[in-house]
Design a protein around this ligand. Structure first.
Ligand code: SER
Length: 314
């Protein structure tokens, strides 16, 4: 296989920032074209502006840069999505359709589509959620991702497109901030613990959600994308798990390092979203098909987060 030429959409998002760098470390700086609707100032070249709804621009970039793989991360997350449902649907679903169509037309090698635990809903079994379950998402974000999964599966079956996808849990990392998700509290809590030794949490203290450290999320993504084609049995989102915890449990873990840390709870509309997701995930298919195994649990993640954030935000 010749060297890949990768386009990342949403490269300035929470995962995009870290994944773009990881892909560049792996395949070379110029092998990865970062694109986003916003520029952050410290973007590493090559970078191009891209509104994912601008199909013409996307086509030009794919053609001019001879793109062979797309990591399509551009999306609006669960909480922000509820403020503008139609715009969210447009960006999340029509953006994906443009990518899939171009991938087919340009005969691309591979496409990565990030799905999420937000595809689950109130009818989904909550503990050790199996791979194939009823999906009745409660947010537009979840609706767009579960429909997106179907489209990925369709493009694979119908056109042989090599689409691969993961249902990410909440992702926690020190390198970047999430924007507008329901699991954002689990990143904010570390920042506030270090800066102010207090945090007001927007979820109830006993709301358990599946979570994952950024390093594991990046490893999973690259492992999945590099796995032999024959081993990929699932073309919608693979269930993926690393840890599950409640706001109280993460607060207690942080308190082991910052004893004065104090957390108060003031649940808002995001509580209802969180309550519709599941508590823990059965990811045995990912383990079996492409050897998935996480490295971080709550304790080791907390040590690593605090260590890195101390050096970057204080
Ligand atoms: N972290 C995402 C969110 O909270 C879930 O995919 O919206």
């Amino acid at each position: 296989m010749s060297k890949p030429k990768i386009l990342v959409t949403g490269a300035n998002g929470q995962i995009g920032r870290v994944l773009t760098q990881a892909l560049r470390n792996r395949y070379g700086q110029n092998a990865v074209l970062a694109t986003d609707i916003t520029k952050l100032g410290d973007d590493v070249e090559p970078f191009e502006f891209l509104d994912i709804l601008n199909n013409q621009r996307l086509r030009e970039l794919v053609s001019d840069h001879k793109i062979t793989q797309v990591y399509h991360l551009a999306a609006i997350l669960s909480a922000n999505g509820e403020w503008n449902p139609i715009k969210t649907w447009n960006i999340n679903l029509n953006g994906l359709l443009s990518v899939l169509e171009l991938a087919k037309e340009f005969n691309m090698e591979k496409v990565f589509f990030p799905s999420t635990i937000a595809v689950f809903g109130n009818t989904t079994p909550r503990i050790d959620t199996p791979q194939d379950v009823p999906l009745l998402p409660t947010t537009v974000y979840g609706m767009s991702k579960s429909t997106g999964e179907l489209w990925c599966n369709y493009y694979h079956q119908k056109f042989g497109l090599d689409v691969r996808s993961i249902r990410y849990p909440g992702i926690i990392g020190w390198q970047s901030l999430p924007a507008g998700g329901t699991t954002d509290y689990a990143v904010e809590i570390y920042h506030e613990a270090l800066k102010h030794q207090k945090y007001e949490c927007f979820l109830e203290e006993n709301t358990r959600l599946p979570m994952m450290y950024m390093d594991d999320a990046i490893k999973a993504t690259i492992d999945l994308m590099e796995a032999p084609k024959e081993s990929i049995a699932i073309r919608y989102g693979y269930n993926l798990a690393a840890m599950s915890f409640t706001p109280k449990e993460i607060a207690d873990e942080i308190k082991k390092h910052i004893p004065d840390f104090n957390v108060t709870y003031k649940p808002d509309f995001r509580q209802q979203i969180a309550a519709s997701w599941t508590e823990s995930i059965d990811d045995s298919m990912a383990r079996k098909d492409w050897g998935w195994q996480p490295n971080f649990d709550l304790a080791s993640m907390t040590i690593d987060m605090l260590h890195h954030l101390k050096n970057t935000i204080l």
